[in-house]
Design a protein around this ligand. Sequence first.
Ligand code: ATP
Ligand code: FE2
Length: 349
Amino acid sequence: MILLGIESTAHTASVGVVDESTRVLGLSSDMYRPPTGGIHPREAANHHVESLPGLVRAAMEEAGVRPNEVSAVAFAQGPGLGPCLRAGATVARTLALLWGRPLVPVNHCVAHIEIARALSGLEDPMLLYASGGNTQVIVYGAGRYRVLGETLDIGVGNFLDKLWIALGGSFPGGPAIEAEALRGTQLLTLPYAVHGMDVTFSGMLTAALALHRAGASRADLAYSVEVTAYSMLTEITERALAHRHRAEVVLGGGVACNERLRGMVRSMVEARGGVYFAPPRKLCVDNGAMVAWTGLLAHRAGVSIEVERSAVNPRQRTDQVPADWRQSSDGHPHRATSDARTRGDRAPP
Ligand code: ATP
Ligand code: FE2
């Protein structure tokens, strides 16, 4: 079985082609980089509209796959920026109709999780999903991915991006801060905001900007922000592991590219005698292969959606969609229809 997946939720337009053994046969991506400031949804969507047709062609060519070999077309239904989501959904609907193949809706967060889980080879790990818009500690339970802890304000990646842009840099901030942090020598005191298994970042953003105005160097700020933010994420992950009596952690999302975060989580997990895994960087950031892979899992479990009902959902949460392809740890399958997915119904308590 071969699936084509389209990612367009925010800054990156990407098309991936995968097979049942999680092999990425083709992957073609193009990131929208605003000349100044943050991402404007309409401008990013225009970028996606222009780049997606070429990306589809490039991914199919790299994969050496013809349309009649594609079993279904998956797209990221949400969460994300409305205009960007609609750009990808429109291309996916067009291909599904043109090729006469089912259309499969995929949750973007679940896609980050599933590609990381598949590559880890671990059946049921705990997941730290750290990206631009999301920061969540997740386990699977009773038919869905459950969020044990998360950011109560902005995602850690958005925090890094906002800070870097305010310091005079450009999007994306995370990789630039990682490079700058290597030159930092002084650990500045910043708000360490852990609330149980939740975190917040806006206080740290305000404090970091105040320190900058008071003369702190970009290098020291980058270093201090990384150490503080990633310690917070490591702490909530450890707390979740301890409470759930778990030992395996898989990282996902764009911020999981970060060497310092990888190292901190790895040391924590290994000190507990557990198992740690992080995917290669190109599969941590937004990419079509994760959508294709999750679409393949969903398609195999019988999920598809009619074109007429395939509206995007900019606010669709990780824990709002059924993970039909997984079974609960008590061994009971939890089937749910794609209706539940389109209605975006809430997880039971
Ligand atoms: P979400 O998955 O929550 O919808 P997103 O799709 O916008 O967010 P991803 O592509 O998953 O984001 O991740 C992008 C984020 O990752 C950006 O905020 C970027 O700054 C951050 N990032 C990328 N590389 C690194 C790095 N090396 N260190 C820290 N952050 C990074
Ligand atoms: Fe993402």
